[in-house]
Write a protein that binds this ligand. Structure first.
Ligand SMILES: Nc1ncnc2c1ncn2[C@@H]1O[C@H](COP(=O)(O)OP(=O)(O)O)[C@@H](O)[C@H]1O
Ligand SMILES: [Mg+2]
Length: 322
């Protein structure tokens, strides 16, 4: 059984005075395996929050189905074993984090001793010990985010769904959230989290889905999605060369950087590396290194966004014609 199964999920909103149709998510399919950290990656407005809200049973899909922990959504049973951190969580200002957790524990029907123990552990885990009795209104954005994470974990869920858990956090806060996700995974839990920031996903996700404009562009292991070789980097020691000779090398490369007597040339994916290296030898440069250059996740993202733009343009043109 998969932790999450999504099939043909679509959510259409009507927007503005003209009731223009907006497909917030369009016919998406993906699966989250048990025990993995799955990153849901896409720019703002891509449809991440909409998808998560559908999975949580907070809004109904226009079409399609989804199962969570084996239960068709919306499911009360699944809800018991789920933890959810909404985007920009809002809490009652005058509550403290320990009161918030106690309240959450009551909703799940936990006894007083259980609640106290669990809440102590979680306050420790998210690093809010010193602020445990202060009102949430005195919390910074990062502290509220931690309180939200603690609340999502109060029922010791098998599956946690975090909507942009790193957003609004400083680099240390982001690292803390990454560590919490890894820790949850180590405990055998499934983590499904969204982000619009590549580096947040890169370091913790076993697999990712890239969503752009409501369409899933790619699902898979990070390594597979970013493995394409986009070129070759050749570095020469050019201290002995004059500028005119050096420029013969520059002509053959897509991009060239000169720093500290070293010339770093980026060659395109189809360029002839052998003849470039030979040309270097011929003009008297010393070869330092030749290495393949792989696409970064950043590149994939830009490509997905461009594809998305194209698709949207075609759709708009089709709609204008019909
Ligand atoms: N309640 C709503 N009414 C109308 N449009 C909405 C609503 N919620 C989201 N949208 C639109 O759906 C798209 C996807 O939004 P969202 O799921 O919030 O994306 P993300 O979380 O990836 O930033 C956006 O174009 C957004 O404006
Ligand atoms: Mg969102």
């Amino acid at each position: 059984m998969n932790a999450i199964e999504v099939k043909g999920l679509t959510k259409t909103y009507r927007k503005g005075f003209l009731r223009r149709r907006v497909d917030a998510v369009h016919d998406i399919d993906f699966e989250v395996l048990q025990g993995e950290a799955f990153g849901f990656l896409g720019p703002n407005g891509a449809g991440k929050t909409t998808t998560m809200r559908i999975l949580m049973g907070l809004i109904a899909p226009t079409a399609g189905t989804a199962r969570i922990l084996g239960h068709e959504i919306p499911s009360r049973k699944a809800r018991q074993r789920l933890g959810f951190l909404p985007e920009a969580p809002y809490f009652y200002d005058y509550l403290s984090v320990s009161e918030l957790l106690d309240f959450t524990g009551r909703l799940f029907g936990q006894g007083a001793a259980d609640r106290a123990k669990r809440s102590d552990e979680l306050i420790e885990l998210v690093g809010l010990r010193d602020a445990r009795d202060s009102a949430l209104k005195s919390y910074s954005k990062g502290m509220l985010q931690r309180a939200g994470i603690a609340q999502a974990l109060m029922n010791d869920p098998d599956l946690v769904v975090f909507d942009e858990p790193m957003s609004g956090l400083d680099p240390i806060g982001r690292k803390d959230v990454r560590d919490i996700i890894l820790d949850l995974k180590e405990q055998g839990k499934t983590v499904f989290f969204s982000s619009h920031i590549l580096s947040d996903v890169e370091s913790v996700a076993d697999r990712i889905a890239i969503i752009v404009r409501g369409h899933i562009h790619d699902v898979g292991r990070l390594r597979d999605i970013v493995s394409a070789q986009v070129g070759t980097e050749v570095v020469f020691d050019v201290r002995e060369l004059d500028d005119a000779t050096e420029s013969k090398l520059r002509d053959l490369a897509v991009k060239v950087r000169h720093h500290d007597g070293e010339l770093t040339a980026m060659l395109g994916p189809k360029s002839d590396v052998d003849s470039f290296v030979r040309r270097g030898f011929d003009v008297g440069a010393k070869l330092i290194s030749v290495s393949p250059v792989h696409e970064t996740l950043e590149d994939v993202f830009v490509r997905a966004a461009n594809d998305g733009e194209q698709r949207a343009k075609v759709r708009e043109e089709e709609e204008a014609l019909s």
